[in-house]
Design a protein around this ligand. Structure first.
Ligand code: GLN
Length: 285
């Protein structure tokens, strides 16, 4: 769709700025971008549509709308995305946190309900959304979070600092750089999309780190590697909870069974899709 020529600087107000963007991008996205530029609450856009934009704000907003129209994810344009009720900073070095992944938070909280001092490991922490949330929601936990990407770790560390979460960060390719420590819970939202999946060329996924998304021909390479290596990193009685693709639950349960896990189960996300699976490591016989 072709947009009308943008109104000149100095003459455009909030209503005009939103109307101009409507030809180019989703109106909801336009509102988020305008709020980001004006640093104002949503109510202001509704309550004061005739407020004029400063020339610099108008130029900044126009630039963001044009980048959104070219496909860039809103979260990368604003540098932020909410996860489990907190705002996380994000950059193109990290996957944008998804509501689906809140399921792993719920599972971990249910698992440790009423217990203090849980030792938890988050594999492939990205923005740190899972590790930081668990550090803040569990009762006096010890959180370790790792990622192979140094750039991701900078983002995660900044989020932990900003939100006041105590997390130990380690640069590591899965478990490779960890010491002998064992954990009571390991969580991971690893890459799990099949390398040839056409969705990788659509929407936000095009702009997200491919290494955080794609995992071999069936998308199971990293899940399989984690499941095989996790027993050596879990206490007897410890659990592994993994997020996975909408059609991978049976395959992941199979991996867990092959590795000797017990109490294997899958759980549904808010959309009713089996989105996470896990099991208990009872220790070697
Ligand atoms: N849930 C993401 C998606 O399908 C993928 C995240 C991942 O690979 N871990 O868009």
């Amino acid at each position: 769709m072709r947009a009308a020529a943008p109104p000149p600087a100095g003459s455009v107000d909030i209503a005009g700025a939103l109307a101009w963007a409507r030809g180019l991008i989703d109106l909801m996205d336009a509102r988020v971008l305008l709020r980001h530029v004006l640093q104002c609450p949503a109510a202001r856009l509704v309550a004061w549509p005739e407020q004029r934009l400063e020339a610099a704000d108008w130029a900044c907003y126009r630039g963001l709308v044009e980048r959104r129209a070219a496909g860039e994810p809103v979260a990368y344009l604003t540098g932020a995305r909410e996860f489990y009720g907190r705002e996380f900073r994000v950059t193109p070095a990290v996957l944008i946190p998804r509501p689906d992944t809140e399921l792993l938070v719920e599972l971990a909280l249910a698992h440790f309900a009423g217990r203090r001092g849980a030792r938890v490991l988050d594999l492939g922490t990205g923005s740190g959304a899972l590790a930081v949330t668990l550090a803040l929601e569990l009762d006096a936990p010890e959180l370790t979070a790792l990622d192979r990407s140094r750039e991701a770790l900078w983002v995660a560390m900044a989020n932990a600092a900003r939100l006041g979460a105590s997390v130990s960060f380690v640069q590591s390719d899965w478990f490779a750089a960890l010491g002998e420590e064992r954990f009571e819970l390991i969580v991971a939202n690893p890459p799990y999309i099949a390398a040839a999946d056409p969705h990788l060329e659509e929407g936000d996924l095009r702009f997200e780190p491919r290494a955080a998304l794609a995992a071999g021909a069936a998308g199971l390479d990293d899940l399989a590697e984690i499941v095989a290596a996790a027993p050596a990193r879990l206490e007897a009685g410890g659990w592994l909870f993994l997020e996975h693709g909408y059609d991978q639950a049976a395959a992941v349960r199979g991996l867990l069974a092959d590795a000797g896990f017990a109490s294997i189960a899958s759980w549904k996300d808010i959309a009713g899709i089996e989105r996470a699976s896990g099991g208990c490591w009872r220790g070697r016989e």
